[in-house]
Design a protein around this ligand. Structure first.
Ligand code: GAL
Length: 634
């Protein structure tokens, strides 16, 4: 059985050394066993170029380790110190307006800057040499939240030079690039790779193929930046290498970054996300104000379990109000416990609260910790301690395999951001809607990358908005003998952002062709025969495939051939659930009707229930209080 444990993020450099010992003792007595440190400490580790001061870190690690805590050591590369800019004045990321981003916060580096990458290799080598085999260091975190603060895309001179090289490698000749991008349109043809700029500051929209190439390149740069640190650490430590990804961050391919690491982790801020990262009605945002969206966390748990190939953590868990959303309410009592249990039920190996003590200075002074700035207990601490006691009962363990697979493709997100053809066509929102529909049916979901060669573990496969169909996916689909739902917009673009001919979706065995697409403004829907509606996006289909659902004016909305289904639009929430209930039934999967705001998840041994609603709810023969968690042996 996987070991599951709690922890906390701690910044010894923020506090007088006299406080460390008591802090460590209090962490241990609350039942915390992991502590993450170091990820922003470069200015204290190397106050001047080459002037290393690691002694304080040695002492901090010893104090924490002696209290029985296992340390996750962060590499400090998300916060290069001020002197770094004097050494590398051109290392800054540039925004889309072409302006260098400034020193004075964090993540101010460009992923393409070779000089900065070498500095990262240097500091990580020093850290790896000193702590790689340290008995108290049990894991490493590389950098912090790639992509945070919109930093994946950089329009700097370093990025431009690297992009030209990338294009030369991918296309081999300017003629081939011109052909692939369709540069004959508007006389955009190039004679040399060195004429190619980044796709910003153009008079009107740049060629979508150019933008898509830049998106692929930018993702590759994150992968290469991360790999540089992995290569340094691999030979210096046997401890697992981890990165902490974010909620709703799709600007780089996490599956590719994750393939170089041992564990995926993510930073879960449910109330902040509800406020600023989710498209939802005002009523929904009011109802879940102090709990977060009922599906947002689990969606990422399932995603990062896939990114980590089974091994994943929550590296930062919201314990109280955050500081960064437009509005920052406090969690309902019980939510700091519920969120942790929901993660464990999805198979998390560890959940670390962010942060130990609230910092009374600098940017995050209104961000709650487990302690207040005066070191008194904040409300999250008792809930963390409760989870630690409950974990000791040995409840958790491996999560159950999903009944449904939801295909998740970062390149599809880039494609639809590049050419949305309708302001509300958002890939994340579409996937969130499909996931919500599956969870309202009480299903366990696995998120699956788009190049998965074998879909046979899942009787139901759901793949909305998959812009480009890869060969491996088509092969896996043709061998899958369960039920699959594709569409809308599946197979609608080539890798180079052109409309393929034969027209999409071009699914073997399914005679259906998308003849026309429409995007719809908010509030406009296309009603379906028998109830329900499509919104945001509608496709008109030609062909002889059997229509399972039609619009009120008789056009096919859902067609099929055997188990293979194509959805010609974006269904509203209830319609999505109804369609998936029928498909699950056809796949032989038993579904449930979860009461509003209640979700469940199975592990190998238990069924868990979570009440995100603000009132008590009866479900499966039990009453769940607000923020309630319940479990029962299967
Ligand atoms: C995360 C970040 C932390 C902290 C936290 C505040 O994005 O990794 O360093 O800023 O948010 O909620």
């Amino acid at each position: 059985m996987t070991e599951q444990a709690l922890g906390v993020c701690y910044y010894p450099e923020h506090w007088p050394e006299e406080m460390w010992d008591e802090d460590a003792q209090r962490m241990a007595s609350a039942g915390l066993t992991w502590v993450r440190i170091g990820e922003f400490a470069w200015s204290r580790l190397e106050p001047a170029p080459g002037g290393l001061e690691f002694d304080w870190l040695d002492r901090a690690i010893d104090v924490l380790g002696r209290a029985g805590l296992r340390v996750v050591l962060g590499t400090p590369t998300a916060t290069p110190p001020r002197w770094m800019l004097d050494r590398h004045p051109d290392m800054l990321a540039h925004d889309a307006e072409g302006r260098p981003r400034r020193f004075g916060a964090r993540r101010h580096y460009c992923f393409s800057h070779e000089g900065y990458r070498a500095e990262c290799r240097r500091i990580v080598t020093l850290l790896g040499d000193r702590y790689g085999r340290h008995p108290h260091i049990h894991a490493w975190q590389i950098d912090n939240e790639y992509g945070c603060h919109d930093t994946t895309l950089s329009y700097s001179p370093a990025a431009r030079a690297a992009f030209r090289d990338w294009c030369a490698r991918r296309y081999q000749s300017p003629e081939a690039l011109n052909r692939a991008w369709g540069n004959v349109f508007w006389s955009m043809e190039y004679d040399e790779f060195d004429q190619i700029d980044l796709p910003n500051l153009t008079v009107t929209e740049p060629n979508p193929a150019h933008v898509m190439a830049f998106r692929r390149f930018s993702s590759d740069q994150v992968v290469a930046f991360n790999r540089a640190q992995v290569d340094v650490l691999r030979v210096r430590t046997d401890a697992p290498l981890i990165h902490n990804y974010m909620g709703r961050e799709l600007a780089f391919d996490h599956f590719t970054v994750g393939a170089d690491l041992d564990v995926a982790s993510w930073d879960s801020y449910p109330i902040g996300f509800l406020s600023d990262r989710i498209a939802a009605t005002t009523a929904h945002k009011r109802r879940y104000l102090r709990q977060g969206d009922p599906d947002m966390q689990a969606l990422h748990h399932d995603l990062y379990r896939a990114v980590g190939r089974g091994r994943w953590w929550v590296m930062e868990q919201q314990p109280g109000p955050v500081n960064w959303a437009p509005h920052n309410p406090a969690p309902l009592p019980g939510m700091a416990r519920l969120w942790a249990w929901e993660a464990f039920a999805h198979g998390a190996e560890a959940v670390l609260y962010f942060r130990w003590r609230q910092a009374p200075f600098a940017q995050e002074q209104h961000h709650a910790g487990l302690l207040r700035p005066d070191s008194a207990d904040a409300p999250g601490l008792a809930e963390a301690a409760q989870v630690a006691r409950e974990l000791a009962e040995g409840l958790a363990g491996a999560t159950a395999p999903g009944q449904a697979a939801l295909i998740w493709d970062y390149a599809a997100a880039w494609a639809w951001e590049t050419q949305p053809q309708g302001a509300d066509f958002d890939y994340f929102r579409l996937l969130h809607a499909a996931y919500r529909a599956l969870r309202r049916l009480g299903l366990n979901v696995d998120i699956v990358p788009p190049d998965t060669a074998d879909l046979s573990p899942w009787p139901l496969v759901v793949a909305p908005g998959l812009a480009t169909l890869s060969g491996p996916f088509l092969t896996a689909l043709s061998r899958h003998d369960g039920v699959a739902l594709l569409g809308p917009r599946t197979g609608a673009k080539t890798e180079e952002m052109a409309i393929p001919v034969p027209l999409p979706p071009a699914l073997p065995g399914l005679d259906a062709t998308v003849a026309l697409v429409e995007s719809l403004p908010p509030g406009v829907t296309v009603p379906l025969e028998g109830g329900g509606a499509l919104a945001h996006w509608v496709e008109r289909l030609e062909g002889t495939a059997e229509a399972v659902r039609r619009t009120e004016d008789g056009a096919p909305a859902l067609v099929r051939a055997g188990g293979l289904h194509y959805l010609a639009g974006w269904p509203d929430d209830d319609t999505f659930r109804d369609i998936l209930r029928d498909l699950a039934g056809a796949a032989g999967i038993e579904t449930a009707e979860m009461p509003e705001g209640v979700r469940r998840r199975d592990t190998a041994t238990h069924r868990f229930w979570f009440n995100y609603g603000p009132e008590p709810v009866d479900c499966d023969g039990r009453t769940l209080p607000p923020a309630g968690v319940a479990w029962e042996a299967l």
